[in-house]
Design a protein around this ligand. Sequence first.
Ligand code: AHM
Ligand code: MG
Length: 354
Amino acid sequence: MARIVTIERHILEQQKQFPKATGAFTQVLYDMALSAKIIARETTRAGLVGILGETDDQNVYGEQQQKLDIFADQTIFKMNDHTGRLCAMASEEHEDMIEIPAHFDSGKYVLLYDPLDGSSNIDVNVSVGTIFAIHRKISSGERGTLADLLQPGRSLAAAGYVTYGSSTMMVYTTGQGVHGFTLDPSVGEFLLSHENIRVPATAKYYSANQGNEKYWTPGMRRYAKWLQGIEGEGRKPLGHRYIGSLVADFHRNLLRGGVFFYPGDLHEAGKPYGKMRLMFEAQAMAFLAEQAGAYASDGIGDILDIQPYSLHQRVPLIVGNRDLVEKAEEYIRKYDQEWVEAYRPFREGVREQA
Ligand code: AHM
Ligand code: MG
């Protein structure tokens, strides 16, 4: 019989490599795993208990919130507000930074999360996911500030996601490789199933919302043709797979090799920055990608190097096998100078996004 390793034991083993660690960080990760189990319980029986359906509330992007979004958001918040390990949180579902209630202790880390990404897929029984990222506190006061949250991906302490699909999996990195755990619902434990995930050298798939092609820049359109083997050196076409749930699309490409892109486009004048959120989606995926030997870019350079200026800022995202992502950068350099000039002020925080 193979060795059975629970996520708790794995996190503890990793912590041993840092003799000065207090264990606080380990516990934050463990609490994410516990939140994931509770969210998985609800997502998998959502149809049964009639919890599905939309609420009347809209989130900060004007999108309709699903009940399960709120449930997932509250679960993660409640799991972490009182532990004394975090000094602040931020969620895709909240406009502002989430403070730790004054009657609880404040800690050394901040947690950013997208509680239920791809939530438009819930009602049709398609995979959704949770994305999380942990930074160290850098401000000097007792309580957390926005500066603690708005750090570049390069300084992440940990990041990961949970995918609620045919089984529930949690995948995380603390900068020592990417490790995947599958939930065994009968014992309620996440068990190590994918140790040290590396993206395969040869990619199989590309993932993008091809329906948006008319809004893509000339460079990204040519790039898609290149992926399809139509343009360029007569390469074999990649298969096209698109779920519309970042976590699920990313997860498949991580295991099978491939590239996901949601580029900055020309859909709305004055908004050349695409759809994905830097702090709640792109940073975490970029850190995981790098740790798995892949790469994430906004079309100009590494997502991990972007200095954020707003919690909800959006960013173009191209993530997957390094050679494929670099090819997109090449097409953009060659054909999309106009777009680059329109986007750059948003990247550098000279202009704020709408
Ligand atoms: P959400 O955070 O509102 O759920 O949206 C994010 C999702 C991603 O999971 C997915 O990659 C993308 O939006 C799909 O967008 P589209 O429907 O435009 O293809
Ligand atoms: Mg999201």
